[in-house]
Design a binder for this molecule. Sequence first.
Ligand code: BG6
Length: 478
Amino acid sequence: MSFPENFLWGASSSSAQIEGGFDKDGRGLSIWDVKKPNPGTCSFHYASDFYSHYKEDIAMMAEMGFKAYRMSLSWSRILPTGEGEVNPKGIEFYKNVFAECHKYGIEPIVTIFHFDLPLDLQNKYGGWGNRKMIDAYLNYCKVVFENFKDDVKYWLTYNEQNMLIFFGAFDMIGGSGKFNTGTELYNQAHIQLVAQAKAIIMCHEMCPDALIGPAPNITTSYPATANPEDYIAALNMDDLRNNFYLDSLIFGRYPASVWKYFEQNNIVIDVQEGDFEVMKACKPDYIGFNCYGNDTTEYLEYYELDLSDLKDADNRDISYLMKLMDKPGVGKAVKNPFLPKNSVDGNTYDPYCIRITARRLTDRYNLPLIITENGYGRPDTLEEDGKVHDQYRIEHLRETIKHMKFGIEEGANIIGYCPWSALDLVSTREGINKRYGFIYVDRNDDDEVAKNSPMNRYPKDSYYWYKEVIASNGEKLD
Ligand code: BG6
């Protein structure tokens, strides 16, 4: 068996990371606009200037043969203060983007919220830890569904809600850095899950022909050895990292081991009347998930959750996820000696991640799956002849797609693949030089230069390679 007919081949992006035009045409500020960039990296102000280049970019995607383009909406472009007045120019921009996609038969897969919270909402409510965010998000969803119901068939509620919990509280993507306790952290997760369930119900009411699902970052935990305790660690990791976010949406409950984890760590969830009922009532149509590589876990003795040393941290290495991964009871993250090394750059990568994770998700949830992210971030070189030889990326994609196909043969219900990213964009913490795109964007990390740069586009070697992959529906991978 091959890839299904009408398989949604494409690629991904997010508004803050590609659009630029942060102060154009009435757009409000988001938390990303005021974040101080890490030393040597650019801000998100100009990004890849998709705001001015969208026609050219979508034409290049069409030339690659894209069937789908996963993108996100900037909440601040549509509702400059997060609530209140709608910005007509923001609506117009996305209408134009959708029209351009449809012109070439590209299906937009649209993430409603991809980390870039409007700054005013952050200031007013302190971020997602406040239940008022449920209404703010639903109000935004209503505006979006009303305006784009004829343009969008595939919706995604949030990007990586689980990473927003693991990194967001202490890192840039969530903004505030004000979480001190597990109770605050997990109440944010609970609030988002309630808001998401309500948004799914609203979408089905307002856009009866549309399909909607979540887009968490889901992996599989490999036990480090055949020691049953390592297996227990892998189960714990899987429940906390993955199942908590999807079981609630699909079964309307949290995994039993997560409730135990809450109890052991004095985490108290403020469950209000109707919260679980709404989670039970919502019926997502598919699961989008981001998958860059699986984890490998080793058992350690039980520990007490102490988040105090993470206060105001702005470093992935001391994030809550790393803490979870390195602490007893959940499991220590270790290297996996069985994973291959990229023959071009020598880096270890995991081509099995989608195959294995998609099989598990198919069995657990019985819903179609779209891979909303997967990819290989590297500093590419633009040669003098305008070429970019990104053989390392081709190797990563080829091996991953090969295994994805095996996964489909084994029963995984994958209906689309949108790797990160369609074009080069600004990484969450590492600037523009960590590149993921099929299309090279000619700018560097200097914002002053980028501001007035034409940001010319160049197809990379992976662009031509992916074009063949799509044309052969995944058969021609060499
Ligand atoms: C995903 C995010 O987690 O990973 C993207 O959804 C992000 O927004 C991508 O860009 C790659 O991570 P990074 O840190 O290299 O940008």
